[in-house]
Write a protein that binds this ligand. Structure first.
Ligand SMILES: Nc1ncnc2c1ncn2[C@@H]1O[C@H](COP(=O)(O)OP(=O)(O)O)[C@@H](O)[C@H]1O
Ligand SMILES: [Mg+2]
Length: 248
């Protein structure tokens, strides 16, 4: 097993609601290794997106510790969190967040342009990710000229171009058809193999989750390792059975 790239330790997170606090994560722990694809499943509202937002340092924890690639997120300043995200993270959402007035190629290059990065390797990387996602023939298209699945493949290309060590994907197949969903999952799995990225995938779909190396279940604000599905158990049959057992 590779090094531990993400380590979430006994994390508590609540949100203010009126004059009360709504507890969402209540002592959650999770380790993810290099080259590992971990799927997180759980009911709607169980805190899956909250967990990803905390690992992305987009929100701060109430207590506990989070380490990503040796960075202690819970000790970072706002500025450090921005740099941390830029240098280490790729985030893929259910809605693709492409810029409508930019072409496919420009959208993919956007992370470099924003970072003011004139990296000469950028052109080579562009060709590689266009090839990898099968979007080379769509490079001059605008997002409005693409199908939902193609838009998601472009957003994956945009994520991969910077070769992030950690990829967080929040229901990435939520708005694409089954067949494209499969292709997207295959591409995510391949990127753990090729670039040794760690991926956390939030999904409701047992078919998507079956691509993972490990599946964890978020319930009552925690992940119980004894319910996780490990190598050799991440088939759709095991997943359905575990979802049923856990009442998810
Ligand atoms: N900014 C917020 N303020 C208050 N409550 C929130 C906020 N974000 C999320 N929540 C609540 O926290 C719970 C978990 O949300 P979320 O992590 O989005 O769940 P999931 O992704 O598993 O569906 C939900 O009950 C949601 O309403
Ligand atoms: Mg969510």
């Amino acid at each position: 097993m590779g090094e531990t790239t993400i380590s979430v330790k006994n994390v508590f997170k609540s949100y203010p609601v009126g004059d009360q606090r709504l507890p969402v994560l209540e002592g959650l722990s999770l380790d993810v290794h290099a080259s590992e694809l971990v799927a997180v499943m759980g009911r709607s509202g169980s805190g899956k997106s909250t967990l990803l937002n905390l690992i992305a340092a987009l929100e701060t924890i109430d207590s506990g510790e989070i380490y990503v690639k040796q960075h202690a997120l819970h000790q970072m300043s706002r500025r450090q969190r921005i740099l941390f995200r830029r240098d280490n993270l790729g985030i893929i959402y259910q809605f693709f967040n492409l810029v409508p007035s930019l072409t496919v190629e420009e959208n993919i290059l956007l992370p470099f342009l924003i970072a003011g990065d004139k990296n000469p390797a950028m052109k080579t990387r562009l060709e590689e990710v266009l090839e990898f996602t099968g979007m080379a023939s769509r490079r001059r298209h605008l997002p409005s000229q693409l199908s939902g699945g193609e838009m998601q493949l472009v957003s994956i290309a945009r994520t991969l171009i910077r070769q992030p060590g950690v990829i967080l994907a929040d229901e990435p197949t939520g708005n694409v058809n089954l067949e494209t969903g499969k292709l997207i999952m295959r591409k995510l799995q391949e990127s753990t193999r090729i670039s040794h990225a760690s991926i956390i995938l939030v999904t409701h779909s047992p078919e998507d989750a079956s691509w993972a190396d490990r599946i964890v279940f978020l319930k009552n604000g925690k992940i119980e390792p004894k319910f996780s599905l490990n190598k050799g158990e991440t088939d759709v049959f095991h997943i359905f059975r575990r979802l049923e057992e856990l009442g998810i």
